[in-house]
Design a protein around this ligand. Structure first.
Ligand SMILES: CC(C)(COP(=O)(O)OP(=O)(O)OC[C@H]1O[C@@H](n2cnc3c(N)ncnc32)[C@H](O)[C@@H]1OP(=O)(O)O)[C@@H](O)C(=O)NCCC(=O)NCCS
Length: 337
């Protein structure tokens, strides 16, 4: 069966933590109540304070502990790239440790995490109260389908806005050996310096209605290209018969990224950003473009591939399922009251 064309693009990892709330009034909102009650046997936790560059190492250690405890990164890439910037807060703990960290980005998105050994002591609620009082907080992301986050959201009266599925698929010799063909006149090759504006143009057009990806500008692109994982060889550009950029498949190989396998975590690559320019949509390009990226990742030795996609993007979900992807977890975005 032919794939739907154009293939709706997956939300990139960078996009997982950002969106304007739909239908939120701009009037001041009530601040969630702070349950400031120390648990028996636990000292009263310190109050949240503004985070700065000096806190970054302690925050990184907290994020590592949380990832081990919960099996998922508590913060999305956008937040990890801006630790201690913007409206960020920490709850300090003994020995220079950090008991909790959270931030509000310019678009009103919040993410926060409490140290796994310090939960159910009111710290998360205190931090949320602090962030709402000090920033233009509108929405909050919870990564992974974790029970504490759902309970925390329910306790604070947060309304579910959006679900982002994390899909995964094993890669093997068949993918590595695949010979992906494009229609006559189309050529796929890696990104070369100087092609940033062409990529930005296609990205903006293809994601014109996407809440985060459509807003990626030159500054954001340059910042992504400075990330340690960035390799121009992984950003595949598809040039059209007229010499214009027809699409791109940015694959991401982050050495630390893994997915659960039968015998423990296995390294994974990612379908990071997939876009077909509107002028080239409807020509059956998205299927081969997706497979070309998967072949690239398989040839780089990756045994698995992941991607993020909005749960309500039914055509994309159906297409990726047909390509053998299955959902392994979900991120939830809530509206703050
Ligand atoms: C979700 C999270 C931030 C909660 O932090 P916390 O400091 O444990 O939260 P609080 O102690 O302020 O809990 C407030 C209320 O949320 C609910 N709650 C929180 N964790 C819960 C759990 N594991 N089970 C049941 N209810 C829970 C309870 O109603 C709790 O009040 P109570 O303890 O008086 O019953 C923390 O578990 C965490 O960091 N998780 C990983 C990151 C994450 O999911 N962030 C997104 C948050 S939306």
């Amino acid at each position: 069966m032919p794939e739907p064309d154009p293939l709706p693009a997956p939300a990139p990892r960078a996009a997982a933590g950002a969106a304007h709330a739909n239908g939120h009034p701009d009037t001041p909102r009530p601040v969630p109540t702070l349950p400031d009650h120390p648990r028996p046997g636990h000292p009263r936790p310190a109050r949240p304070r503004r985070a700065g560059p000096d806190d970054v190492n302690a925050v990184r250690a907290l994020l590592t502990r949380a990832r081990h405890a919960d099996g998922i990164d508590p913060l999305s890439e956008r937040f990890r790239m801006r630790l201690g910037e913007a409206t960020a807060a920490v709850v300090p703990a003994r020995g220079g440790e950090c008991a909790a960290y959270g931030a509000v980005l310019d678009d009103g998105t919040v993410e926060l995490v409490v140290d796994s050994g310090r939960r159910r002591r009111g710290i998360g609620s205190a931090l949320l109260t602090h962030l709402v009082a000090n920033g233009e907080a509108r929405t909050i992301w919870a990564h992974g389908d974790l029970t504490p986050a759902h309970a925390f959201a329910a306790r604070h009266g947060l309304r579910r806005l959006r679900t982002l599925h994390l899909l995964s698929r094993p890669l093997g010799p068949t993918d590595a050996g695949a010979d992906v063909a494009f229609p006559t006149g189309y050529t796929l090759r890696p990104f070369r310096p100087g092609e940033e504006d062409a990529w930005l143009g296609v990205n903006a057009a293809a994601f014109a209605r996407h809440p985060e990806q459509g807003r990626v500008d030159r500054r954001a692109l340059d910042a992504l290209m400075r990330e340690p994982w960035f390799d121009p060889a992984d950003l595949l550009l598809l040039w059209g018969p007229e010499g214009d950029l027809a699409g791109s498949h940015w694959t991401k190989i982050d050495p630390g990224a893994t997915v659960p396998g039968p015998d423990g975590p296995v390294p994974t690559g990612e379908v990071y950003v997939l876009a077909v320019a509107p002028a080239h949509q409807g020509r059956g390009l998205s299927g081969p473009l997706t497979r070309a990226g998967m072949t690239h990742l398989a040839r780089r030795g990756l045994p698995a591939v992941i991607l993020y996609v909005d749960a309500d993007n039914a055509p994309a979900m159906a297409t990726y399922r047909r390509l053998g992807f299955a959902s392994i977890s979900a991120d939830t975005q809530y509206a703050l009251p």
